[in-house]
Design a protein around this ligand. Structure first.
Ligand code: SF4
Length: 517
């Protein structure tokens, strides 16, 4: 039975809400085969927004007829046949570009409407989907890329994440949310999923109940970045692993039914949580889900920011996971084919994608580690990256994104390589670059966040420039980075960063990190 859209009679709904009431975003899946036959020019303007529900955005420039496609990869876990299919799509349709996003998803570019049905078919055959990768719907679920193999996880979240993902996949009860809605489920005690920056996060916790220690989760709500960043707050409840799905449904129901639909810029869950406070939010949650025990013990031991470089023992004796750097998250289709082959030859074919835009090959027996590391593809995709290229995260930027003010990905790669040539540090420095305030590259949590802007100068007129932010972290509950005064001409950015980092190097103690806690 269809649920009641309690907001439908609100006289102040914004334009997007009125559009969504007329046609649910997921219905675009029914139209795409028809548009693929009739061509790009036949797509009505008002439908382009709905393409997001199918994981599709118009690529810049909007009238050129190319789409960007995002594919959901819950918890970043890919099987061999899935990775090969993604590599084939990149090669056959996406001009060999294969991007790993900060939500562990895969992104393609250069797709035409005629190609989309075949791509959907290929994805479906291997159990992948683009539904919900974009739009006002539950996005790809971020999780522990090491789930099931992680010596540092409290519980295995693989099946839990899959169950929640499958519940929300193409679920029309939850496909009309006030805005995008981001979830994470993680039990790695080093906060591998960046819990504080999502709308809803499940984090590892334990509690003594009836004399027995129970492993489970705490719930954080109301995090998010963009131009008004908020850190998620913890609700005073403890849930068992088998309750995660119900809790996710309850929080999402609250967002769907009470989230703001008047002004788009106030529609994220973070604004509702900020206005209600955690007590009222918890009351509402308990109304929906029934009584729950109060919070237990948070078992976080630190923050790894989603980095897993090097060779590490798994939970399973004799097996290893190996973390590799993918410079600014961009791979070439040929590299992806090679990585798939290697993962199958030396491991079990699985590859895991990280929110740091990197990757992990799991399940490698001891005797296979050395031969695997000698494979030529790992000269660029290295296990031991340098301090800057190894910790550089970038959004898509002006190359493809219609909202971008500046170029990002290639620029950050060049800057990181320049810094690695110019100075050596004994600690990594996390650089995040974004092309606009939407902050897909999560600049607020970086050691050094670089946000693109336009700047007018006397000599050169309007130019690309950057604001510099320093000192972001998610340790100890988190703190967003702070803006340094002024803006820097994009051309001067490498040298300004070099000076800043030289000062850091000269004044720091051995082993001291960029941000002191
Ligand atoms: Fe585009 Fe802005 Fe997101 Fe970068 S941060 S991908 S420029 S919307």
């Amino acid at each position: 039975m269809a649920y009641t859209k309690t907001w439908a009679n609100n006289p102040n709904l914004n334009k997007t809400e009125l559009k969504k009431l007329k046609k649910d975003g997921l219905k675009i899946f029914e139209d795409i085969p028809r548009y693929a036959k009739s061509g790009f020019a036949s797509i009505p303007e008002e439908d382009f927004d709905l393409f997001k529900w199918a994981g599709l955005y118009l690529q810049r420039p909007k009238d050129a007829g190319y789409f960007m496609m995002r594919v959901c990869v819950p918890s970043g876990i890919l099987q061999y046949d899935q990775l090969v299919t993604l590599a084939q799509i990149s090669r056959d349709y996406g001009r060999n570009v294969f991007d790993i996003t900060t939500r562990q998803a895969v992104q393609f570019h250069w797709l035409t409407i005629e190609q989309i049905p075949d791509i959907f078919e290929r994805l479906e055959k291997v159990g992948l989907s683009t539904a919900g990768a974009c739009g006002d719907i539950t996005r790809n679920i971020v999780g522990n890329p090491l789930s099931g193999i992680d010596p540092n996880e409290l519980v295995d979240t693989t099946d839990i994440t899959r169950e929640v993902y499958e519940f929300f996949q193409r679920n029309e009860d939850f496909s009309n949310l006030p805005r995008k809605y981001k979830m994470s489920i993680n039990a790695n005690v080093y906060n591998a999923s960046n819990a504080e920056i999502h709308c809803l996060s499940f984090t590892p916790a334990k509690k003594v109940i009836d004399g027995n220690e129970v492993l489970g989760f705490h719930i954080k709500v109301g995090g998010g970045l963009s131009s008004a960043p908020y850190l998620a707050q913890t609700l005073n409840v403890f849930i068992r692993p088998e309750q995660v799905k119900d809790a996710a449904i309850a929080v999402t129901t609250i967002f769907r039914d009470y989230g703001y639909r008047e002004k788009r810029h106030r529609a994220r869950l973070k604004f509702l949580v900020a206005d209600w406070g955690v007590e009222k939010f918890t009351e509402k949650l308990l109304e929906l889900i029934g009584p729950l025990p109060e919070k237990g013990e948070d078992v976080h031991k630190g923050w790894n920011a989603g980095y897993f470089y090097g060779v590490h023992p798994q939970k399973q004796q004799g097996l290893h996971y190996i973390g590799f750097n993918v410079p600014v998250g961009r791979l070439h289709a040929d590299e992806v084919f090679e990585i798939a082959r290697i993962a199958k030859q030396y491991g079990n074919g699985e590859v895991r994608l990280c929110n740091s835009q990197n990757l992990v090959i799991p399940n490698v027996p001891t005797e296979n580690v050395d031969p695997l590391l000698k494979e030529p593809v790992f000269e660029r995709i290295t296990v031991q990256p340098k301090s800057f290229i190894g910790y550089s995260v970038s959004c898509t930027g002006i190359e493809y994104c219609n909202l971008a003010l500046v170029e990002t990905k290639e620029r950050l790669r060049r800057i990181a390589e320049f810094l690695d040539e110019q100075l050596e540090l004994d600690v990594p420095v996390r650089l995040h670059m974004v092309g606009c305030p939407n902050s897909c590259g999560q600049r607020q949590i970086a050691d050094i966040g670089l946000q693109g802007v336009k700047m007018k100068t006397k000599e050169k007129g309007m130019i690309e420039a950057f604001e510099i932010y320093v000192g972001g972290t998610l340790l100890n509950g988190g703190k967003f980075n702070e803006k340094l005064k002024g803006k820097v001409d994009a051309e001067d950015l490498p040298h300004v960063l070099k000076q800043l980092l030289l000062y850091f190097k000269q004044t720091k103690l051995a082993g001291e990190t960029f941000f002191k806690y």
